[in-house]
Each structure stands twice: as structure tokens, then as C-alpha cells.
Design a protein around this ligand. Structure first.
Ligand code: RB5
Length: 148
């Protein structure tokens, strides 16, 4: 898969480990994140990855900040994005099975690197169940067209 990744300063170290994991699994990674621990603003990276996923440039996106919260909030402002903060594997699995999440957010100050790698593996390996969940996901996405 072609996977976009993005991070702020708080997640630079974990980002590097996740990139190494993804490449070892044979994925192509496009890095939209910062390349060191100099303070940076997570919305910038969240938006960049989200736009790459929404446009089809990347099939999936993984974003990381201190908690995973801020960068997921930014990503979810981009039309077409369903970004789930998952700091344990059960939520990661369910975000794919039931929510067809196209982006995963991780909190580098919440999870250790081994747990983060487990979360990423589960999230990438799990397919959307469809069926009744497709109806609900469609309802979520229809909110984007609601006025105002
Ligand atoms: C940066 O200090 C921190 O606020 C950020 O990484 C993230 O946790 C925000 O949600």
C-alpha cells in the first residue's frame, strides 16, 4: 500500500519507528511530517496527510502527535477522511471493521513503540466488514453535505 504519514515534534521518534515497520512490511511511505523535534504545529501535518488520502495519492494515512487527538481532529476536517485515534489494538481493529477508518492517529506520549507497532499492524491487516456498517459510515459522510 501507499501510506502517508505525518507527525509533529512530539512524535518524531515514534514516527521513525513506524516508517521502518511499514517499509519492512513492503509498504511505500510518503512522509508529510517534521524531521526533528523542533516545536511544530500538528494541524499542518494532519491536513497534509488527510489531503493525500482524500485525493487518492495515498490509500491510507497514519498521523502521530503527543496524544493523537489534535492531529486526528485536524485530519477529520478534510472531506472524505475518517481518522480514528487508537491507542490500543481493539479500537484499531474496530475502526477498520465497523468504521472503515482511512486514517489512524497514534499518541506518541501515550503508547510505547512496541504497542504502537502492534496497533499499526492490526489496523492495516483488518478489512471493513461492510453490511450494516456501510450504511452507518455513509450516514457519517453525508454529514459533510449538511448545511450550514
Ligand atoms: C504538542 O505539545 C501536543 O499538544 C501535541 O503533540 C498533541 O498532543 C496535540 O493534540
Amino acid at each position: 500500500m501507499k501510506i502517508g504519514i505525518g507527525n509533529d515534534h512530539g512524535a518524531y521518534t515514534l514516527k521513525r519507528e513506524i516508517v521502518a515497520l511499514l517499509e519492512s512490511l513492503g509498504h511505500t511511505v510518503i512522509d508529510f511530517g517534521v524531521g526533528d523535534v523542533t516545536e511544530s504545529d500538528y494541524p499542518v501535518a494532519g491536513k497534509a496527510v488527510a489531503r493525500a488520502v482524500a485525493s487518492g495519492e495515498c490509500e491510507r494515512g497514519i498521523v502521530l502527535c503527543g496524544t493523537g487527538i489534535g492531529i486526528s481532529l485536524a485530519a477529520n476536517k478534510v472531506r472524505g477522511i475518517r481518522c480514528a485515534v487508537c491507542n490500543e489494538p481493539y479500537s484499531a481493529q474496530m475502526s477498520r471493521l465497523h468504521n472503515d477508518a482511512n486514517m489512524l492517529a497514534l499518541g506518541a506520549r501515550v503508547v510505547g513503540s512496541e504497542l504502537a507497532k502492534m496497533i499499526v499492524r492490526v489496523w492495516l491487516e483488518t478489512e471493513f466488514e461492510g453490511g450494516r456498517h456501510a450504511r452507518r459510515v455513509a450516514q457519517i459522510m453525508a454529514i459533510e453535505d449538511d448545511a450550514p
